[in-house]
Write a protein that binds this ligand. Structure first.
Ligand code: ADP
Ligand code: MG
Length: 719
């Protein structure tokens, strides 16, 4: 029977908005001035600005330059050197369009110290006219190159100067990040306009309490913004380029603070929700533990206690479970699910890929089926009547645990009484997708508890920023008897040796993986590479039973191959990176990864985590195609030396940057505007601390800060 009050619809909005937004402005902040209030911003320009995320005049001010050009000085032509970016002022002494070969517009200039040629490959009649006026004075900015007949500038920016024009600008000239159809001078003009109105229209009122600003010695916001758009000529370009200027730090700090506040507020609101109290009697969990062939590690026990306590509360649990590859998170998921089932409610488990969803399904079916728990697999292959029946049983509460991919749960799936949502391998989902999942059931009175599991340990500072809304549990111990996977890197010219090694290992009854990662843009080509590799290996190793899985195989075939491998009826599995996460075959003890130099550190660590899952000594061979780039070399060396997921995550962060580590880049979502999580790491604990203070002592600041930095368009996390 469907109990309407607990029936939860799992519909996701088609576009996931960014974090959350306030419901109304505080009295002391004026309505933000829309960008269209700036002179010259019509509907077309407004649309282009919107593409850059600029909706208000304040947004224009927070859109900071990427870099600066020094046009405050004029360089005499005689002092120019090839390679300089420079500004000159000189007189036109002649111009011509070259007649032979390619058509160029050339213009010759003199300034008393030397001669310079301007060269244009494309030119308009207007330019031709401007440059053709012998005697005219031009101011040009561009890069100096060595031409056939002396120094040249190719396609410089040129401006005609009359004697009473103002001298060169007193400020460094900003270059902004832009989008198609939006010129630098338009952005410069808008920033100038907004700066003029900065105080009069109170575009960026100071929102931080004076006491905090004094204590942290923060530059006033208006001063910071003014400096960054119009740096005085004396400002050190290097400091600006490094992002370490006090003005930049001030804005980065405020932005990080706003994100902290937004996540924390989201958390507060979630915590005000009610959730079903899952106070199981321990009957099922007890029987489950008895049947397990091993006992929980101390870390698993501790983590499960933390979760069990949360689940028994009438408020939704929001917990991130971190644990390195192979640390045994699945057992914890099963225990949490059983606690829901014991209480008569339902649980759902979401995995990032079909393959992983299937493996979880089989695992749970195996473990929990015997205990009389109804487990269902929501697969994409299920259609028509079978699918309808399954959904009906889910809505009626006949199914106690549903397993599927994230995509499947996006569709309309109704539960009778969903009490716990478990999300596996969170790193595959973007930060904001995670928040979106929380929206499930916003129309019902009660929310499910959430357990999010990830094998990508997130460095502490990052975790504080991106997961400020979650409690964290860490499994910091591997099951006993695990040995580090011996890792070597070999040039792929030594494939024969590797084949011999596979033969040897499989003769002792062990199994092996051969991974062909993405080296082509297209999945089809990637699959073809895997097919070819499998064929070649069959020729070299005719005595081995070799299987193949890749993304293009029909799901049923994939499953059969995986099941056969798992049952020990295949010796070697050739695979694309579909096996990257979660696949668990403890008897596999050797992994070969081709083109290892193309993969990221975290991905390599994930792949390698497919072996070394039992007590057998395992190894991993990283095949690369020489020559190795410096970064690739560093990566492979790090993997050889290092077996701890946290350490690897830290190095990965340094090599790749936080956007990718957190998965935001993959999902193409808005990241930070000014702050850079890596560069500004030291600001994170300070922002976190300041967030505590504001929440406690200055709650009025919170709304306007979030509104300033995170925007008003989205309505995320509202309850
Ligand atoms: P992950 O954390 O990467 O998801 P899994 O949950 O897949 O790891 O567990 C990896 C392997 O370790 C599995 O084969 C699992 O059965 C086994 N395992 C989990 N916990 C223990 C334990 N306490 N003792 C021994 N083996 C364990
Ligand atoms: Mg797992």
């Amino acid at each position: 029977m469907i109990r309407a009050d607990r029936a939860i619809s799992w519909a996701l909005p088609s576009r996931i908005p960014i974090l959350n937004a306030p419901e109304s402005a505080r009295p002391f902040t004026p309505e933000p001035l829309p960008a269209t209030a700036l002179k010259g911003v019509g509907p077309k320009l407004a649309e282009r600005l919107r593409r850059l995320g600029l909706c208000t005049a304040a947004d224009v001010l927070l859109h900071l330059p990427l870099r600066y050009q020094d046009r405050t000085r004029l360089t005499p032509i005689g002092q120019l050197q090839a390679g300089d970016e420079a500004q000159i002022e000189a007189k036109v002494v002649g111009s011509e369009i070259t007649a032979r070969g390619r058509r160029f517009l050339l213009c010759h200039l003199v300034d008393g110290s030397g001669v310079l040629t301007l060269r244009f490959i494309h030119f308009s009649p207007g330019q031709q006219q401007l440059l053709g006026q012998t005697g005219a004075r031009l101011r040009c900015f561009g890069e100096v190159r060595q031409g056939y007949n002396g120094l040249e500038m190719i396609h410089p920016e040129c401006q005609r100067i009359s004697p009473d024009d103002p001298p060169a600008p007193a400020y460094l000239t900003p270059t902004y990040p832009t989008t198609a159809g939006l010129q630098q001078f338009t952005l410069r003009g808008l920033a100038e306009q907004a700066l003029e109105q900065l105080e009069t229209a109170a575009l960026l009122p100071e929102l931080l309490p004076a006491e905090l600003r004094t204590r942290l010695r923060l530059t006033p916001i208006a001063e910071a913004v003014r400096l960054l758009h119009q740096p005085p000529a004396a400002t050190t370009l290097a400091e600006l380029a490094g992002g370490r200027h006090p003005a930049q730090r001030r804005l980065a700090f405020e932005e990080l603070l706003a994100h902290q506040l937004s996540l924390r507020r989201l958390r507060q609101r979630m915590k005000q929700q009610t959730a079903p109290r899952l106070t199981g009697d321990g009957e099922l969990t007890g029987r489950f533990l008895e049947r397990l062939p091993f006992s929980l590690t101390a870390a698993q026990q501790r983590v499960f206690t933390e979760i069990a306590v949360d689940l028994a509360q009438p408020r939704p649990m929001l917990r991130l479970l971190q644990g390195d590859v192979g640390s045994g998170k699945t057992v914890i998921a099963a225990l949490a699910a059983l606690q829901a089932v014991e209480t008569g409610a339902q649980a759902a488990l979401m995995a990032p890929t079909e393959l992983l969803a299937e493996q979880h399904y089989r695992n749970f079916q195996n473990w929990l089926g015997e205990l009389g728990v109804e487990v269902a697999w929501l697969t994409g292959r299920l259609t028509g009547k079978a699918r309808r029946t399954l959904l009906e049983r889910l809505a009626a509460g006949d199914i106690q645990l549903a397993v599927g991919t994230h995509a499947l749960f996006q569709e309309q799936v109704a539960f009778a009484e969903l009490a716990l949502a478990i999300i596996d391998e969170q790193h595959r989902f973007g930060v904001h997708q995670r928040l979106a999942l929380r929206e499930k059931g916003r129309h019902s009175g009660s929310r499910p508890h959430q357990l999010i599991m990830t094998a990508t340990p997130i460095p502490r500072t990052l975790a504080m920023s991106a997961y400020a809304d979650l409690d964290t549990s860490v499994i910091d111990e591997l099951p006993p008897g695990r040995q580090p996977v011996k890792t070597v890197a070999l040039p792929d010219s030594r494939r024969d040796e590797v084949a011999a090694r596979i033969r040897q290992s499989c003769q002792t009854g062990r199994q092996a993986y051969w991974v062909c990662p993405l080296i082509e843009e297209s999945e089809t080509l990637q699959c073809q590479a895997a097919v070819a590799t499998a064929e070649r290996l069959s020729e070299i190793l005719p005595e081995l039973r070799i299987g193949l899985v890749h993304g293009r195989l029909p799901a049923a075939t994939k499953e059969t191959v995986m099941a056969t491998f798992k049952a020990g009826q295949l010796d070697l599995l050739v695979a694309t990176t579909v096996i990257e996460v979660g696949v668990d075959v403890p008897n596999a003890s050797l992994m070969i990864i081709e083109n290892a130099e193309r993969l990221g550190l975290a991905q390599l660590h994930q792949l390698r985590g497919r072996v070394g899952r039992g007590a057998i000594e395992s190894s991993c061979v990283l095949l690369y195609r020489p020559p190795l780039s410096q970064v690739a070399h560093t990566r492979l060396a790090a993997l050889r030396e290092c077996h701890d997921g946290f350490e690897i995550a830290h190095r990965d962060l340094e090599l790749r940057g936080p956007g990718e580590v957190l998965g935001a880049r993959q999902s193409g979502e808005q990241t930070l505007r000014v702050a850079d999580l890596l560069r500004d790491q030291d600001l994170l604990p300070i922002a976190r601390h300041a967030a505590d203070e504001l929440l406690r002592d200055h709650p009025d600041c919170i709304e306007p800060l979030i509104r300033r930095w995170i925007g008003v368009g989205a309505r995320y996390g509202e309850v």
